[in-house]
Design a protein around this ligand. Sequence first.
Ligand code: SAM
Length: 484
Amino acid sequence: MAIYNPKSMKAEEFINHEEILASIEWAEAHKHDVELIDRLLEKARPKPTGKLDGVHCEGLTHREALVLLLCEIPEKNEEIFKLAEEIKMAYYGNRIVMFAPLYLSNYCVNGCLYCPYHLKNKNIARKKLTQEEVKAEVIALQDMGHKRLAIEAGEDPKMNPIEYILECIDTIYSVKHKNGDIRRVNVNIAATTVENYRKLADAGIGTYILFQETYHKESYEHLHPTGPKHDYAYHTEAMDRAMEGGIDDVGLGVLFGLELYKYEFAGLLMHAEHLEAVHGVGPHTISVPRVKKADDIDPDMFDNGISDDLFIKLVACIRIAVPYTGMIMSTRESAEVRAKTLKVGISQISGASRTSVGGYTEEERPHDSEQFDVSDQRTLDEVVGWLMDMGYIPSFCTACYREGRTGDRFMSLLKTGQMINCCHPNALMTLSEFLEDYASEETRETGYQLIEKELANIPKEKVRAIAAENIEAIRNAGGRDFRF
Ligand code: SAM
């Protein structure tokens, strides 16, 4: 039997089955323990660091966070949601970072039971973008206003080798259409070798994202019956190889609905604890996808689906447990669920996504090669307007990574409370670029009212003045790409 050890490099020791079961049992036994819940809420509350406007949040261990997740006391649950909001405001304020996925190829040799790209699916149209097609997709994305992409591909060493992915990254960064500019490419491709991760790091990627799908080894092996993805340890240890290969920012995720949520929640937090223990930095982001209907896939096959209410609580509890980690929500979710989760934890959302290969250059949303049904089908302009109506600042900022503020350097900026003097003006300046180049008249008007109001919230006078000057230059002198 493997022994739990967060510092171990072996999957079954840092994601330890017995420890997860024991944690769930312990949390079930303590879920009505008001005294303990109060202590945990106090522990997780933001506290001033004494340095500038810095606040410090200690977070919670997987065991502690499970107690909050399982708690059924209505007043305590209200406090949990309130604390999640408070932590989110302390670190991320009202900024929401925007991105879009770009599907490069749906050729795949794996047999994942929940994914329509699986090798045996003969219905789906198989496509792989040529470099000319990548260019056309990027132009379409730039014309919407996107600055940050997450590239996606199936796993197929012959059709989509690392050289193909690298070539696509180069192409994406090279396209400059009108004022368009993709400034950060995050990568969501299958687990690979240290050598390949080094190549991705050298190509200037942002975050390397890999969803664990499920932390439950037995279910994992059942859900991935064939292909290289079948190897649980190789998949689970991928982030360590990515970091060894020089990638500073990694993004975790679970595909909720495959296995029991309590198990996944504990596994996810143990993975974050492992990265922190070994590399000194936790995950840059956590994604929370839920299984969706797709070609040849019926989500009802997976009987571990979770309700919207529980899903929102999951997001709040992740927010409290790993306060420094950005949280991503895709268009798999409806506008209503997205709004509720933005409040309690989500800091990054996609907009106007197409999950088909080549989908952005098609007039109509194509379905023949798409990965899953998209619930939120609004345009980027509509999503931006909707966010602003709710009081959020849609941000197209990519500055941290371009200024070398990755890994622990990013975390220290967050912890010293400097985000407000850095991310806040950057969000306003990049929003202004969007308003000038891509927004409808109505969005533009709302946007500039918001910018006016939010400029006043920048604490440092000098930063405020420079931001205002730059926004003026964006509006009236064609200036672009300013950043702190
Ligand atoms: N092929 C890469 C891999 O194996 O990690 C990553 C790319 S895949 C296009 C991105 C993610 O989509 C997967 O990790 C999975 O979690 C998610 N996905 C697959 N099928 C899905 C479905 N039916 N509903 C929702 N998400 C799904």
